[in-house]
Structure formats: C-alpha cells, structure tokens
Design a protein around this ligand. Structure first.
Ligand code: 8DG
Length: 143
C-alpha cells in the first residue's frame, strides 16, 4: 500500500506553538500532537491543513511552508509538518474534535508536554527549521 500523508500544523502565533492533547484513540489519548489529519485523495496538503484546523479547532488558518522532513507513523501513514498561522479575525482555537486540551507553548515550554513519541523528532526539526520561536516565527520573510 502506498504511503498516506498526515499533515501536522505548526500553528504559530506571537512566538508560541500550539500543542493539542489527543482524546482518542485510546493508545494515543493523553499525548500531545500537532493538530491536523489525513490528506484526502485529490486534496493538497495546504487545503487539508486548513480544513482540519477548521474542523478540529474552529479556526480560520492559512498554511505557510513545509518543514523539510517526513516522520513515519503507523503504516501506511507518514507525518509532514507545515507551518500555519491564524488569519486576521480568526476565532481562538478550541478543542472541538479529537482533542481535550490545547496549549500555546512559548520558547522554553516546548518540552513541557508529553508529545507522541513519533512527534518528538518532527517538533525538534520544526524548531530547528524556524531557528527557534520568537515573535516572528513562521512569518514569510518579505511578506
Ligand atoms: N494530526 C496528527 N496526527 C498524528 C500526529 N502524530 C501521529 O502519530 N498522528 C496519527 C494519529 C492518527 O492515527 C493519524 C491522524 O489521524 P487523525 O485522526 O488526526 O486524522 P483525521 O482527522 O483525518 O482522521 P479520520 O478520523 O478522518 O480518520 O496520525 C500529529 O502530530 N498530528
């Protein structure tokens, strides 16, 4: 079976990264992840990200760029990470679906939550890609 992509959002706001605590399935519940989900056939990763963030968090978000890398999940899934930000006027994120808690993590707080094992290298690479979290993290330079 060919690989299927799960997109995870590194949702950034004011130098903080959003982490979401899964409520299901039981083997993942209580652990923290990047919100997102499966890319449907024919859908772009960016569109999937925006759709999943609307469904799960009730936000109006836009995708930034992809964080280089790919992290294996339960076959056939692999995790890709994209930066994302809230569009002006977006509601604040709420744990509507799949999650039971959300946290905005500032610099120095990233490792305060119990990330899913498979997310740890993805989060580490995201921070390296961004050059750390500061107020401009995730902004497209020159935009
Ligand atoms: N969204 C997301 N899923 C992750 C991460 N790490 C990780 O192992 N997963 C796993 C959990 C799930 O088995 C799978 C994604 O499923 P999902 O339940 O979030 O996706 P979905 O909303 O499209 O799911 P579905 O109910 O429509 O099938 O990938 C992560 O950082 N973000």
């Amino acid at each position: 079976m060919s690989e299927r992509i799960v997109v995870g959002a590194a949702l950034l706001d004011g130098g903080r990264l959003l982490a979401a605590r899964r409520s299901a399935p039981v083997e993942l519940a209580g652990r923290w992840e990047l919100p997102g989900g499966k890319v449907e056939p024919g859908e772009t990763a960016e569109a999937a990200l925006v759709r999943e963030l609307r469904e799960e968090l009730g936000v109006d978000a836009e995708a930034g760029g992809r964080v280089p890398g790919e992290w294996p999940l339960k076959p056939p899934y692999v995790l890709h990470v994209w930066t994302a930000r809230l569009r002006p006027g977006s509601p604040a994120p709420e744990a509507l679906e799949d999650h039971d808690d959300l946290r905005w993590l500032g610099p120095g707080e990233i490792w305060d939550v119990d990330w899913l094992d498979q997310d740890v290298p993805a989060v580490r690479q995201t921070l390296a890609h961004l050059g750390g979290l500061d107020a401009d993290a995730g902004e497209v330079s020159g935009a």
